[in-house]
Design a protein around this ligand. Structure first.
Ligand SMILES: O=C(O)CC1=CCC(=O)O1
Length: 389
């Protein structure tokens, strides 16, 4: 279990696939903790994943209510600071989507792209939120649990998963009343219309066809306010598609994140990925040394090796790195092998994994190839350790 102090309170968080070059942050809805992302997050092994419990939810601290949306936004901003995460793709559901939207509008430089699930720039109205706060004051979250289950889940899911319904209900009723009411007040008072209109990042906006909390027309209205938004509806899903249809959602997100042409062109994407894997110093040197003679070749590898293949989401950077090491070793390309051993600093492949891969090379490509590769790898690893003990 991990906690940091962010914005003056203890936040419970978890980092999965730590050390991957790109980060995906999941941000929760009202009355849930970060277990709602478990079935979705496992489809993103190539990303470092940050999950956390909002203030007043899960295991995080529960300051006295009311909260504001800015409290939640500042919590996330300071959590990223504390974990030294400079940039990330933000994926938020419901109030989590509002938090993502707000952070992107205030600190665009730290957001790569946005995924806004079942949310809008305003959710509900003051009267409904005040009624909900009064109800929780008198009967706790138990008092509204049945109604909320109908808002969260499609009828089909409720009928198909009766046992899980008990657990999701327990998650809601375990939320402290103070934290729940505090966040209801934050949603009640939040109007992020101007934030939505200021967003310049590529954004995926997702609705659930059976969502009773933020119906598709409300979510579509949000997408119409954002310049570069793509809107899509998950058929048959309620308010939490990450729980009901994690596979469908993961496919939508993969397609969205890895449409490199749409983002900045294949060349720019290639340059970004090339820098993230080989390091900025290496790429800058290659660019400095580039002449008219090798410029077409440099563009070719940037656009194709890096922009078209290394940038794909189907394998993690670590896996691609280990595969490339195996291939370079098998083919006897010593210079390229040394370069990719060096790149493991950025891809997250460990020394122990390189050792395993070269044993595998010995079996399938032969001992002489592995022998040479071990000599090259040993040499580079010693240099890397002396540069960065
Ligand atoms: O509890 C609900 O109605 C669903 C919901 C609204 C805002 C949020 O985060 O969840």
């Amino acid at each position: 279990m991990y906690a940091v102090i962010a914005n003056g309170i203890e936040l419970h968080y978890e980092l999965r696939n730590a050390g991957r070059p790109e980060t995906l942050v999941f941000i929760n809805s009202l009355g849930t903790d970060f277990r709602i992302w478990d079935d979705l997050a496992e489809h993103f092994p190539q990303f470092q994943i940050l999950l956390y419990d909002k203030r007043g939810h899960g295991l995080s601290a529960c300051p006295t209510s009311p909260y504001t949306i800015d409290d939640h936004i500042n919590d996330l901003s300071q959590l990223l600071d504390a974990l030294e995460i400079e940039r990330a793709t933000l994926c938020g559901v419901s109030v989590g989507g509002m938090i993502a939207l707000g952070l992107c509008a205030r600190e665009p430089e730290r957001v790569d792209s946005l995924i806004l699930s079942n949310t809008s720039y305003r959710i509900g109205n003051s009267e409904a939120w005040n009624t909900r706060i009064s109800k929780v004051k008198t009967s706790g979250t138990e008092g509204l649990a049945d109604t909320v289950m109908d808002r969260w889940f499609s009828q089909a899911y409720q009928e198909k998963q009766p046992e899980l319904m008990t657990l999701w209900r327990n998650m809601l009723t375990a939320t402290p009343a103070e934290g729940y009411m505090g966040t209801c007040a934050a949603i009640r008072d939040a109007d992020l219309l101007y934030d939505a209109r200021a967003i310049e990042k590529k954004t995926l906006v997702i609705a659930g066809s059976d969502d009773q909390a933020t119906p598709p027309d409300v979510v579509e209205d949000l997408s119409e306010q954002i310049n570069e938004a793509t809107y899509t509806v998950v058929e048959g899903a309620g308010h939490l598609p990450c729980i009901e249809q994690p596979l469908t959602l993961s496919k939508l997100i993969h397609d969205f994140l890895h449409d490199p042409l749409e983002e900045a062109g294949r060349y720019q994407m290639g340059m970004r990925v090339r820098r993230s894997v080989l390091g900025a110093a290496h790429v800058d040197r290659a660019e400095r040394l580039k002449t008219e003679f090798d410029a077409p070749f440099q563009s070719y590898i940037t656009e194709n090796a890096w922009g078209s293949v290394w940038s794909r989401s189907g394998l993690s950077k670590r896996d691609r790195s280990l595969l490339t090491i195996a291939m370079m070793a098998s083919l006897g390309h010593e210079e390229e092998l040394a370069m990719h051993i060096r790149a493991t600093r950025n891809t997250g492949a460990s020394k122990a994994e390189i050792q395993e891969v070269l044993l595998q090379v010995a079996v399938y490509a032969g001992v002489p190839a592995a022998n040479t590769a071990i000599r090259v790898a040993k040499d580079v690893l010693v240099k890397m350790e002396s540069e960065n003990p």
